[in-house]
Design a protein around this ligand. Structure first.
Ligand SMILES: Nc1ncnc2c1ncn2[C@@H]1O[C@H](COP(=O)(O)OP(=O)(O)OP(=O)(O)O)[C@@H](O)[C@H]1O
Ligand SMILES: [Mg+2]
Length: 722
């Protein structure tokens, strides 16, 4: 049998893994060492050499996108589509099982999967039935509690009876929630795994059936499996189905969602007779990028210890750009991409990675201005996000009450007790009388055709909008928007959503306030509010790159896992942003942030650019941010600080250089321009980057060729213009 097409393009260790005997196998290896490639080739090997049918192979990936990609690669390798192969995420596969065995799972045949919004609604109902006060017991907290229990594989009945009021109450809600879901045939995400795990435990015959059927299970990104996923694998595999798992402890980034790095260590104990292969050669990145990643991750204490090396060239240094503020940062990125494309490269080879979703807004704005097509991957573009659309609907109503779409969107958001029946009555009235929804609301109230609670609730809605509109024209745009966001209660509403998601929504709302602060109308004749609304509508609707268009990829660091791009930007490399300020609160979180940084760096193949802004307005506040400590952990010799670019990106700086106060701050012979070349008796040559203060306090920032960037006091620094 000719195996060359499967093995030829692999190195020795990879071959060893791909052609390993049918035993449990752990491939523990760093980023870009070919773990995913090994999985793909091993599947091909199992089918061609071990003669397994596709239906007897299960491959678990972290995202559906990854599953699709893998399927494509196998198809190419085998020259035929692997029909019948069980491919998917843990959730996808568990769902498939429950669909097939709904009776054994004690579910109705047409059970429904509920998302997090539905889940919250059910939890609220349960809490109302239990007469729990929502202000004392936030439903979203209960939601996180329930999901965390499910991730750990714990049912309500197994939560120990304690005297702790919190635990007792949460367990009660959890129990009520379970009963409610069971009664109405609803299954949430966590339940998919928990339930299919139980099906196997309770049905030895069924389990035996699957243990006969599956001859091999493969798992990518094993370091991010949580407790229930691990248990699920163990039960299914028993001692009968061999597993191939690949992972990298340095890339475990979902601890906050219950993932357990330790699963890698437990693997060898829990899965009998297992083999381990290490891959140490990185094929993805230049040695500069790899050294940076290695240097950084060496700062983590608890590691399983792996070395990565490459035969790639040194490549280019890592660029570090210190921007004055977030606008400057965004413009810089857009300019770099412009250069990149001018050199004949593809935009789709470029990724912009950021820690928090809210950071994308300023960059999106710059891209829209400079007409750079982009896609936001694994998340919505800023102006498409639910909370932003809700806030914009309020803003539109303040501006123009007859905006029916806006009324539809927020009449009952946050919930104020306007039911579907009332809304449909309002719609009928509007249709019959040929008036707008807003008019219909008002008319129905004065005619008395709405009663009791409904009338009150609709009146409340009208009052909120009218109060906001009152005096709106006198306020600066951003104050108005801030008021709208606060008084509409959107912030509280979205903020109570569980975990990171709720926090991200609040961050986005604050970011919208920033957007209005920065907003400059193209058309000065237009009133700022209407100009802003028009702009936001355009941003939301028209600038999304077409599917096939060559576009820059924007995503959070978390969603970049497993991917690779020739040119990568890591933006917002600032303390408090990345590492995220929250990471200081919990032990171990800083190491998880560092792993996230490692994931970011190792996405880059040819060139990595890092940027940070000295001041940044984020989440509604302007702050001075220190450079991320992660940058200091990268060997300095690999980093090149980018000198000031030309005037195009920095109109502000040049205004400053010509400013009168600048001339007085400097002595007459030393009135340096930003970007000017200067020389210092000790530090040598450098470029003027920035200045601050006046008179004797004036300080100047110079980027020295040999020493890097320094702040010097003007009156002492013996600088000479070159
Ligand atoms: N033996 C090889 N020869 C040539 N290229 C290789 C080889 N092994 C892997 N590669 C290439 O290196 C890159 C990284 O491989 P892959 O994505 O499989 O790594 P990984 O270990 O899964 O990375 P990550 O940890 O980021 O998920 C890919 O472009 C892959 O095609
Ligand atoms: Mg991979």
């Amino acid at each position: 049998m000719d195996v060359s097409h499967i093995l030829d393009s692999l190195n020795d260790e990879q071959r060893q893994a791909v052609a390993a005997p049918m035993r449990n196998l752990l491939v523990l290896a760093g980023a870009g060492s070919g773990k995913t490639r090994v999985l793909v080739h091993r599947i091909a090997w199992l089918m061609e050499i071990e003669r397994l049918t596709p239906t007897s192979i299960m491959a678990v990936t972290f995202t559906n996108k990854a599953a699709k990609e893998m399927r494509g690669r196998i198809e190419k390798l085998l020259d035929l589509p692997p029909r019948g192969l069980w491919f998917g995420t843990f959730h996808g596969i568990a769902h498939r099982l429950l669909r097939a065995h709904w009776r054994d799972a004690n579910l109705p045949e047409n059970f429904q999967i509920i998302d997090s919004d539905d889940q919250l609604r059910v939890i609220k109902r349960v809490m109302r039935d239990l007469q729990l006060d929502e202000t004392k017991w936030p439903p979203r907290q209960a939601q996180s509690f329930i999901n965390a229990q499910k991730d750990e594989g714990i049912r309500a009945e197994y939560i120990e009876a304690t005297s702790d009021l919190y635990m007792r109450t949460m367990a009660q809600v959890y129990k009520g929630y379970e009963e409610q879901c069971q009664r109405s045939g609803m299954v949430d995400f966590g339940e998919l795994l928990l339930r299919s795990h139980e099906v196997w435990l309770n049905n030895p015959q069924l389990l035996a059936h699957y243990q006969e059927r599956f001859r091999h299970i493969l798992v990518d990104e094993f370091q991010d499996t949580n407790t229930i996923q691990y248990a699920w694998l163990r039960v299914l595999a028993g001692n009968r189905i061999p597993l191939t798992v690949v992972g990298d402890d340095d890339q475990s980034i979902y601890g906050w969602r219950g993932a357990k790095i330790e699963n890698i260590q437990h693997f060898q104990n829990d899965f009998a007779d297992s083999m381990q292969v290490k891959l140490e050669r990185n094929y993805r990145s230049t040695s500069t990028i790899l050294d940076a990643a290695n240097g950084l991750i060496a700062n983590n204490g608890s590691r399983l210890g792996k070395q990565l090396w490459t035969e790639e060239n040194e490549g280019e240094p890592i660029d570090l750009y210190s921007a004055f503020n977030e606008q400057d940062e965004a413009n810089y990125v857009a300019d770099c991409i412009d250069d990149w494309v001018k050199k004949g490269n593809l935009r789709s080879d470029v990724a912009i990675l950021y820690r928090s979703n809210a950071q994308s807004r300023v960059i999106e704005d710059a891209f829209i201005r400079q007409q750079v097509p982009y896609r936001v991957y694994g998340g919505l573009r800023f102006y498409d996000r639910m909370e932003i659309r809700n806030a914009l609907a309020y803003i539109r109503l303040v501006h123009y009450r007859h905006d029916d779409a806006a009324v539809e969107r927020v009449i009952n958001v946050p919930p104020r007790g306007i039911g579907n029946k009332t809304i449909s009555d309002i719609r009928d009235h509007a249709r019959n009388e040929s008036v707008t929804l807003w008019q219909a609301c008002n008319e129905m109230i004065s005619l008395g055709s709405l009663r009791g609670r409904a009338a009150n609730a609709v009146q409340k809605f009208i009052d909120v909008i009218e109060d906001l509109a009152d005096g709106a024209t006198d306020l600066p745009l951003h104050t108005l928007v801030e008021k709208v966001i606060n008084e509409s209660m959107l912030k509280e509403f979205h903020g109570s959503e569980k975990g990171e998601k709720g926090q991200a929504r609040v961050e986005n709302l604050n970011e919208l306030i920033n957007a209005t602060r920065d907003f400059e109308a193209d058309d000065e004749e237009m009133e700022p509010l209407s100009a802003f609304i028009a702009q936001a509508a355009l941003d939301a609707g028209e600038n999304q790159a077409e599917e096939h268009e060559d576009s820059v990829q924007m995503m959070t660091l978390h969603s970049a896992k497993g991917l690779e791009y020739p040119l990568v930007f890591m933006v917002g490399m600032e303390e408090g942003l990345f590492p995220h300020s929250r990471s200081a609160e919990e032990p171990g979180r800083i190491e998880e942030e560092r792993r996230l940084c490692y994931v970011g760096i190792t996405r880059a193949m040819e060139k990595l650019v890092m940027t940070h802004a000295e001041t940044r307005r984020l989440y509604g506040q302007e702050k001075y941010h220190a450079v991320s400590p992660f940058i200091r952990e990268i060997p300095a010799s690999l980093i090149q600080e980018v000198r000031l670019k030309n005037t195009v990106t920095r109109p502000v700086s040049f205004q400053r250089a010509n400013d009168e106060s600048w001339a007085t701050a400097a002595s007459s012979e030393a009135a340096f321009q930003l970007g000017q070349l200067v020389s210092h008796p000790i530090f040598g040559e450098g470029t003027v980057l920035n200045y601050e203060g006046q008179g004797p306090h004036a300080r100047i920032q110079v980027n020295f060729l040999s020493e890097g960037s320094k702040w010097l006091v003007m009156s002492y620094a013996k600088l000479e213009a070159l």
